[in-house]
Write a protein that binds this ligand. Structure first.
Ligand SMILES: NC(=O)c1ccc[n+]([C@@H]2O[C@H](COP(=O)([O-])OP(=O)(O)OC[C@H]3O[C@@H](n4cnc5c(N)ncnc54)[C@H](O)[C@@H]3O)[C@@H](O)[C@H]2O)c1
Length: 317
């Protein structure tokens, strides 16, 4: 298959590209490197440094004629979406519409879209199904959810098949502390530098942590299955931030000290746990990593990658 991956120089996108190439697919990456890293881009992919919001995108489609599109490019910072909602909407909403226009014009066979648990907003402390209410509490949540509706209508009007994957909190190698759900990256990197960790709120807020390689696998499965469906990608397990702190301490050799507690921040949801029954049934997806095995692999990455040891670790999400 000829697959275009937008955001293929980013954390999740680069793992998807690696897996596609391992499985023998041809890959075209479109990324403007705003948060991505060109070092992450597999050298067997065709790489365009380009903005999905620019007219240049159409030229790339015309030249490369991708059969499938996996759309990961986005403004991914919740706090930034609140500081600059115009930029957030331009990238996430208008950027996706531009991409859909290209998919329509160049007869793409299917689009797989990276949505987010942020689309649900505040929920009670239970496993969230895809049919649950979507009431985002940040502009980022709105700008990730709105493209879902565009994708559904493009499918209805132009017969463009899709799968929308709503990711839980993704973590793993190559994650930077800046993006959505960066708490694992921030904790590990600060801990390895011997810095004190910060927890916003009382730390009892929960997240469903899913390992990046499992998310990449879900994207590949979605190329051939789960047509016109919205599907959660998570472990269906909740871990509080205090518990995460404990698990990271139990990995050993990292002096964690006592965390500093600061007031909760706007836009941060309280509870998150994604029901994954649809992913198991429709995609045949099964996570291969539990939190402990995923954290061990992530820690190993940060210990060995010099550039990540020096990373900026200001924020915890
Ligand atoms: N990390 C998570 O926990 C998580 C959770 C839910 C959903 N998501 C979604 O997954 C996707 C990937 O996120 P990530 O964590 O890998 O973040 P990331 O910042 O590492 O990746 C996003 C990539 O998109 C690129 N990009 C941004 N704007 C662009 C533009 N206008 N044109 C071209 N490229 C552009 C960036 O340079 C970057 O390489 C995003 O759509 C995000 O909303 C992530």
């Amino acid at each position: 298959m000829r697959v275009m991956v937008t955001g293929g120089a980013g954390f999740i996108g680069s793992h998807i590209v690696d897996l596609l190439i391992t499985e023998g697919h041809e890959v075209i990456v479109v990324d403007n490197l705003s948060t991505g890293n060109k070092e992450f881009v597999n050298n067997r992919a065709t790489f365009y440094v380009a903005n999905i919001c620019s007219p240049q995108l159409e030229g790339i489609f015309s030249k490369e004629k991708p059969e499938y599109v996996i759309h990961q490019a986005a403004q991914v910072d919740v706090a930034k979406s609140i500081q600059d909602p115009v930029f957030d909407a331009q990238t996430n909403i208008l950027g996706t519409i531009r991409l859909l226009e290209c998919c329509r014009k160049f007869n793409v066979r299917k689009i797989v879209y990276a949505s987010s648990c942020a689309a649900y907003g505040e929920t009670d402390d239970r496993s969230i199904k895809e049919s649950s209410m979507t009431e985002p509490i940040s502009y980022y949540g709105i700008s990730k959810h709105t493209p879902e509706r565009y994708i559904q209508l493009y499918s209805q009007f132009y017969k463009l098949p899709f799968t929308i994957l709503r990711y839980a909190n993704v973590y793993g190698p190559r994650h930077t502390p800046k993006g959505e759900g960066g708490v694992v990256a921030i904790f590990l990197q600060k801990a390895l530098k011997g810095e004190q960790l910060t927890i916003y709120g009382n730390g009892e807020q929960t997240r469903d942590f899913v390992f990046v390689k499992d998310v990449a696998a879900a994207n590949l499965l979605a190329l051939g299955k789960g047509n016109n469906e919205i599907i959660n990608i998570g472990l269906n397990q909740k871990t509080s931030i205090n518990q995460l702190f404990g698990v990271i301490s139990s990995l050993g050799e990292i002096p964690l000290g006592v965390p500093v507690y600061l007031p909760a921040r706007n836009g941060d949801i309280l509870y998150s746990q994604l029901n994954n029954t649809k992913a198991l049934q429709l995609l045949g997806w099964k996570p291969r990593y539990d939190l402990l095995s995923g954290l061990k692999e992530t820690k190993q990455f940060y210990e060995t990658e010099e550039s990540f040891k020096a990373g900026d670790t200001d924020e915890q999400k």
